[in-house]
Ligand binder design. Sequence first.
Ligand code: ACO
Length: 330
Amino acid sequence: MFGINILGTGSYSPSLNVTNDDMSKIVETSDEWISTRTGIKSRFLSDGESAWQMGAKASERAIEAAGINPEEIGLVIGSTVTGDFYTPSLACLVQNAVGAVNAAAFDLNAACSGFAYSVDTAKRFLQTDDTLKYVLIVSSEVLSRFVDYTDRSTCVLFGDGAGAVVVERSEKLYTSFLGSDGNGAKFLYAKRFFPQHPFRTGETVDYGPDFTNETQFLFQDGKEVYKFATKALPTAAANAAEKIGLDPAEIDWFIPHQANVRIIETAAKNLGVSMDRFIVNLNRHGNTSSASIPTAFDEAVRDGRLKRGQKICLVGFGAGLTYGAVICEY
Ligand code: ACO
């Protein structure tokens, strides 16, 4: 089987640690409400650190753990929905910062599924290009950039952070499933700033009838996203497993997107897998979009839970709507 070997992992959290009690000082909420509805107790927020700087720190740690020379990295894939620049990409800035001087670099945007999409993209590049030795995947998010801190229904959910992995080709077990449902785009979005150029005749911008939120802050229909997420997570994992005739029960660790512990509990039930096989760190990080899976992954590697030879499932869902799972051997 053509697969990948995950050589090293790294993650980075910014310095501001904001608890639920801190949140209750800026919006009408409580630790009790946030904890029982989401499982989140605190989150890290950027104190001005940019996405690429956080991504570079996570990547340096992944490269160090992999024990490789960054000059041998042939491709950097960046995943972010909150990049610092329209252009250049997160990947290019990280490529320069870590000294991956021989690498191509690009970003992909699959929101909270971005890490699973990136790992699968890396695998396909490795499969079709024999000269490619190592791929660096970096997910970095400054969600505080577009979260409305006067809206209690969204601001308590999100955090900032970065995670990275270095992968190479191998013959280990590998399967994946990626999906999307653009019809649900209207349930979770943040509009881009649209400048008034000198030749425009009107003042309004037409984003289409579905996107009526007038601000550029993140809009979420929590109930619709919840419904989608509880289906998408088990569907992606089960579909990936089915491709190679694997029973989800044979997977040692699920590393899901960290949005809400109730979503993970429901998905675990639907998959018939016990919760103690799910890596969960959202209580300390909140939802860091595409950075959440590699951050949880790195923590589980470093605290010794994840062991070489175990089967893992990286499974994401998010805006787009997108969903995706990669099952591989660690
Ligand atoms: N503190 C106190 N009360 C609150 C808060 C808060 N932080 N937020 C909302 N409420 C109130 C609402 O105003 C509402 O009050 P009302 O009944 O007087 O109108 C009440 O709580 C219930 O609101 P609901 O939206 O019904 O609460 P629900 O139980 O659905 O939980 C939540 C909301 C946690 C957002 C849930 O819908 C959810 O988790 N959805 C999925 C969100 C998600 O995972 N998003 C990310 C996935 S993709 C990605 O990562 C980008």
